[in-house]
Design a protein around this ligand. Structure first.
Ligand code: HEC
Length: 352
């Protein structure tokens, strides 16, 4: 294991003087943004330097190479904090490249660990396994019901296979797996607004698909306590802008699909911060390039029809020569029967 380094007295003093607000440090609001900015680049989903990921609470708790990096209540034992306090030129300082953490950031990290390194709501979800009989009952209705990953009890329940047979009564079966459900597909089922009451309180539900059902605004009003809802698909339902108002309560909602509904772009503005897809739209056509105004040199000074001075922007090209006319009226006549008038163009070159 890496040695942990004692702080120099100078650093300690600065740390103590740093303006850290009293009270609980929030992982989501104060710590995660620091890690995201300063550490994810090398310890995130793409790269795991030192076999360490810091982008989820579960990974932070897991540590590096079987070695814990965080000891709740013990910042000085936690390399997650200690390595950020080393001098910038120290070979073990974290981040290993670029700017070091500011004193204020270090102090936040320290205080958060000292307070018990609480992850709050963002913490790893500890969900008991769904009962076998509840899963069997769902599968008997043709639903796919399986955990979303190997190391979790969270479930994906998908009624796609027998969608046409699923009614509100079947949704009662979901109550037995209420805390386990993370993803629920009720697309194309025969459920109605009344049935949606069964979904209330599914606190771990992140993905809900209600596409092509008879759901209306009244159904959306029944959705309550979906505290993790991130993705909601209402494609091909009867919901409108009014229904979207009921979704304002879901702070975690980020993606909303409302193709072929009555939801308007203006209505979607009720949900700032949510990506609302109201359907495919043809991209605005780029304006046609403006034709450059040609300056054409006409060969005659007088209109062959009227004998008046030509307007140089009114002309007809005849046998490769621009013949000027005095007005659009003469232009039209000339264009119809140029041979009849061309003789009058005194300047017309015989050779052409
Ligand atoms: C530019 C890349 C980079 C960035 C950014 C970075 N690290 Fe690291 N980190 C590394 C590398 C490389 C190692 C492996 C070092 C080793 O094994 O000697 C490592 C290892 C670690 C370890 C494990 C040390 C051990 O005990 O072996 C911790 C803890 C750590 N980093 C914390 C952080 C924290 C906290 C941040 C953000 C404040 C951060 N790192 C940002 C590259 C980076």
């Amino acid at each position: 294991m890496r040695k942990l380094y004692s702080l120099s007295a100078g650093l300690l003093l600065v740390g103590m003087l740093s303006p850290v607000a009293h009270g609980k440090i929030s992982y989501a609001k104060q710590i995660k943004p620091i890690l995201a900015k300063m550490c994810y680049k090398c310890h995130g989903a793409k790269k795991q330097k030192g076999d360490l990921r810091l982008d989820t609470p579960a990974h932070i708790l897991k540590g590096a190479d079987g070695e814990k990096v965080l000891y709740a209540g013990k910042p000085d034992k936690s390399s997650l904090y200690k390595l950020t306090t080393l001098p910038k030129d120290h070979e073990d300082v974290m981040p290993s490249k670029g700017d070091t953490l500011t004193k204020a950031q270090q102090a936040l990290l320290k205080q958060w660990i000292a307070e018990g390194a609480n992850f709050g709501k963002a913490g790893p979800v500890v969900v008991p396994a769904a009962s076998i009989s509840a899963l069997k009952a769902l599968r008997a209705k043709g639903a796919l019901a399986m955990t979303i990953a190997r190391d979790t009890n969270l479930l994906n329940v998908d009624f796609r296979a027998e969608a046409g047979k699923i009614t509100d009564a079947d949704l009662e079966l979901l109550k037995a797996v209420k805390v386990q459900i993370a993803q629920l597909n009720l697309g194309k089922t025969k459920i109605t607004d009344a049935g949606l009451a069964a979904l209330a309180g599914m606190e771990n539900l992140t993905h809900l698909n209600l596409h092509s059902t008879a759901i209306t605004d009244a159904g959306l009003a029944k959705l309550k306590g979906l505290n993790s809802l991130y993705y909601l698909n209402l494609y091909g339902t009867k919901v409108s802008d009014k229904g979207l108002a009921s979704l304002k309560q879901f702070q975690t909602l980020k993606k909303l699909f409302v193709w072929q509904t009555k939801v308007t772009d203006a209505g979607a503005k009720q949900l700032p911060g949510v990506y609302v897809n109201t359907g495919w739209k043809a991209p605005a056509k780029p304006a046609p390039p403006k034709k450059p105004v040609k300056t054409v040199k006409v060969i005659n000074k007088k209109c062959p029809l009227s004998g008046k001075a030509v307007n140089t922007s009114i002309y007809v090209v005849y046998k490769g020569q621009a013949i000027g006319l005095c007005c659009n009226n003469c232009k039209a006549k000339f264009a119809k029967a140029p041979a009849k008038y061309i003789g009058k163009v005194k300047e017309f070159k015989k050779s052409e």
